[in-house]
Design a protein around this ligand. Structure first.
Ligand SMILES: C[S@@+](CC[C@H](N)C(=O)[O-])C[C@H]1O[C@@H](n2cnc3c(N)ncnc32)[C@H](O)[C@@H]1O
Length: 184
C-alpha cells in the first residue's frame, strides 16, 4: 500500500484523530503563535507556497491570510480526515487562495519551478517523509532562489545537517525557531 492509499485507510485516520486534537489545542496556541512562526519563515503577500503535511490546518489559515488574494497556498496531506477538516476551515474562512490537496509530498504532482516557498512545519523528522526523497522533490518544484522553511518540534540536529549535505539548499538563517534555506 502506498502513502496515498494509506491516507484513505479508516484505521489510520482514526489513529491520527487524537494527534489532530493536540495539533489544534489551546495549549499549543498559547505556547506557539502560528503567525510568529510563519513570520520567521519570511512568508510574504502574493507568494505561491506549498505547505507539506498541513495536518488539521494549524498554519494553513494564517499562512493564507498573510499571502492574501494575490498569493496561492497548496496545503498538502495524505490523510483524508485532515484534508476534509482543512477544506471545511478554508471554506468557512471564505478563503479563495488555498488549494487543499490529498497527496503524498514525495510526489507532489506540482509543476517544476512553480513555488516560491515550501513550508515544512512540524513534519520533520517523519518516517513517511524521508529526506533523501523529499528534498529532491522540493528542489524540483521550487523556483530558482525559492525558499525552504523548516520548523521542528523537538529540534533534531541531524535534519539541518542532512539538508546542507544534500547540496540542494543553502542555509540563510534561523528566525523565530524556523530554519530558512535557499534553493541552490
Ligand atoms: C505532526 S503532523 C503536523 C501537522 C501540521 N503541520 C502542524 O504542525 O500542525 C505531521 C503531518 O504530516 C503528514 N504527512 C506524513 N507523511 C506525509 C507525506 N508523505 N506527505 C505529506 N504529508 C505527510 C501527516 O499526515 C501529518 O498531518
Amino acid at each position: 500500500m502506498n502513502t496515498e492509499e494509506l491516507g484513505n485507510s479508516k484505521f489510520l485516520n482514526l489513529l491520527f484523530k487524537p494527534a489532530g486534537v493536540m495539533m489544534q489545542s489551546r495549549l499549543r496556541r498559547w505556547l506557539m503563535n502560528p503567525v510568529k512562526t510563519l513570520r520567521g519563515a519570511g512568508i510574504q503577500p502574493g507568494q505561491t507556497v506549498l505547505e507539506v503535511g498541513c495536518g488539521t490546518g494549524y498554519f494553513t489559515i494564517p499562512a493564507a491570510e498573510i499571502i492574501g488574494d494575490q498569493g496561492c497556498l497548496v496545503a498538502m496531506d495524505p490523510l483524508l480526515d485532515y484534508t476534509k477538516r482543512v477544506s471545511k476551515k478554508v471554506q468557512s474562512a471564505g478563503l479563495k487562495n488555498v488549494r487543499v490537496v490529498k497527496r503524498d509530498a514525495l510526489d507532489t504532482g506540482l509543476d517544476t519551478a512553480s513555488m516560491e516557498m515550501v513550508l515544512l512545519f512540524g513534519v520533520l523528522p517523519f518516517p513517511s517523509l524521508p529526506l533523501n526523497r523529499l528534498l529532491p522533490e522540493m528542489h524540483r518544484i521550487l523556483k530558482p532562489e525559492g525558499s525552504l522553511a523548516v520548523w521542528m518540534f523537538p529540534v533534531s540536529g541531524w535534519v539541518p545537517k542532512s539538508i546542507l549535505q544534500s547540496g540542494l539548499f543553502t542555509f540563510v538563517g534561523k528566525r523565530n525557531g524556523v530554519y530558512n534555506y535557499r534553493r541552490c
